[in-house]
Design a binder for this molecule. Sequence first.
Ligand SMILES: [Zn+2]
Length: 148
Amino acid sequence: MSRYLGDDWILPTLTPNNTPFFTSGNIQIQFCEDCGHAQHPPDDLCYACQGTNLVFVACPGTGRIESCALVHHPVHPALKDKLPYVIAIVSIDGAPGCSVQGNVVGCPPETVKIGQRVQAVFEEAQHPASKQQLLIPQWELVSDRPEV
Ligand SMILES: [Zn+2]
């Protein structure tokens, strides 16, 4: 899919910790093998027990909108023609207590509401410096009805 905020919009700088999330084509969440804690963004230490036995697990790629903002003001000149757009915080199925940020795409931005179910979709991009292929997680609505 083409990029929601445009092909010129800023790309993440890849690190060993964020590469699975931005290149795998699924929702990779870091889990601690010592205590089971799920965390995002990934780090070198477990936020709960400070353990270092961390692994990435592919989650189902679905979740729930916990918070969202409809953006009407361009925070960068490159976004002037993309308004309005939606930024959401999505709780990740299969990773209790873990949320990620992304845009909600493929629908009128004003229809996005807290409580809606979403599924991951992936924007393809090539990092200009490393030439590495990126698959950037974004979100699409799977239902108009809020969870009960
Ligand atoms: Zn831990």
